[in-house]
Ligand binder design. Sequence first.
Ligand code: SF4
Length: 71
Amino acid sequence: MSKKIRKISVDFGLCEANAVCMGIIPEVFDLDEQDYLHVVSDEVTPENEERVREAVRQCPRQAISIVESDA
Ligand code: SF4
């Protein structure tokens, strides 16, 4: 059976750089001085999953999603 990995995906066309996600989990989401959002670490791990899901829920633009793929 193949192992699945889950990664954080941001639709930058939807993102309005309001930093809601960064406020929830700053080690994953970072806004630079130009208000451009970076996904610092895109892997969903057991340690960060709960807060990543919270960021998905709270993003006012619904720009964040979790995508699953084969490892
Ligand atoms: S919460 Fe959503 S809209 Fe706001 S910076 Fe994060 S991805 Fe962009």
